[in-house]
Design a protein around this ligand. Structure first.
Ligand SMILES: Nc1ncnc2c1ncn2[C@@H]1O[C@H](COP(=O)(O)OP(=O)(O)OP(=O)(O)O)[C@@H](O)[C@H]1O
Length: 291
């Protein structure tokens, strides 16, 4: 039995003991600054309003946007769990409406070098999160890097945020191209929801999606799912400056209503179709056993 097989057996055993599983959704983009973190925090608030228990996992090593938008500074991060033996509950920082927030910190970078015991402990700890959340939203960095692709490939569902800017569309396409060419990618194994952010009308949102969908179907023979649009709205900037989430600061604004529609779409899907709920520990085991 090789190392990877040994780890897979440990994970399988741990997963068998754990029910039910959380819905894991990775939020990503081809280009920075298009609104990934805004989508993550506002979707979290709107899902929470619909009664879902939500945890945001911040795997973005760049700016700590989620922390700013939530006004919540985590005391510990994933590395403290792996290397300092912190309990999983200690690394979950409570944000507004009891939305949990976990910072990946440098734990994401060092994930390549974990021992079998550390992996086993990590997966066991993370499986407890499946009992604490119905939905886990993962905020990744932007662009085509190995760690972003690893996160996307390991997720059953992905939200790809794009804007009408030509460079955002071409970068979204580059990310999808890299994904489709990655040997670990299983076509039809991942549902890719596209959000058109910073648009001026419903029509523009659909147009942005249609442009992306047409190149993806023509050149990659892939399928995407249109998830909806978020209008360009200065009120979100005001909320960020005040370290607040716009869905809480201005709940009846156009932009908050658009985030509510996205959350409703996600929840309605659960009733209408089979959603893969492999859970958070399975998500990490997918990443770790591929290494
Ligand atoms: N719909 C919108 N209307 C107006 N401004 C927006 C909208 N969505 C996001 N923004 C603004 O765009 C900026 C970038 O947003 P955000 O931090 O969510 O992007 P990101 O993709 O997570 O960025 P990064 O690549 O740095 O992680 C922020 O100042 C945010 O307030």
């Amino acid at each position: 039995m090789d190392q990877a097989e040994g780890i897979r057996n440990v994970i399988k055993l741990q997963n068998q003991q754990m029910t039910p599983k959380a819905r894991v959704i990775t939020i990503t983009s081809g280009k920075g600054g298009v609104g990934k973190s805004s989508v993550a925090v506002n979707l979290a608030v709107q899902l929470r309003k619909l009664g879902k228990r939500v945890i945001i996992f911040d795997a973005d090593l760049g700016l700590a946007n989620v922390e700013v938008m939530f006004g919540a500074i985590p005391k510990y991060n994933l590395s403290d769990l792996i290397y300092q033996g912190r309990d999983i509950r200690e690394i979950i920082t409570p944000g507004p409406m009891d939305i949990g927030f976990i910072s990946g910190g440098s734990g994401i970078v060092t994930m390549n070098n974990l021992t079998k015991d550390q992996i086993s402990y990590l997966v066991h700890s993370l499986s407890k999160i499946d009992e604490l959340a119905d939905v886990i939203l993962i905020d990744t960095g932007a662009g085509v890097s190995d760690s972003v692709l690893e996160f996307v490939i390991a997720s059953p569902e992905v939200i790809l945020v794009t804007t009408p800017e030509p460079s955002s569309l071409t970068d979204s396409y580059s990310l999808l191209k890299a994904l489709y060419r990655n040997p670990g990618f299983i076509k039809n194994g991942i549902q890719i929801h596209v959000v058109a952010n910073k648009v001026n009308s419903v029509q523009e949102g659909k147009l942005v999606y249609d442009k992306l969908e047409s190149v993806v179907s023509q050149f990659l023979h892939g399928t995407l799912h249109y998830f909806g649009m978020i209008p360009q709205d200065a009120v979100i900037e005001k909320a960020v400056r005040q370290q607040k989430t716009v869905s809480l600061m201005a709940p009846e604004s156009n932009i908050s209503n658009a985030f509510r529609v996205l959350a409703n779409n996600l929840v309605n899907e659960e009733q209408e179709q089979f959603i893969m709920r492999r859970g958070f520990s399975q998500f990490f085991s997918n990443i770790l056993t591929r290494k």
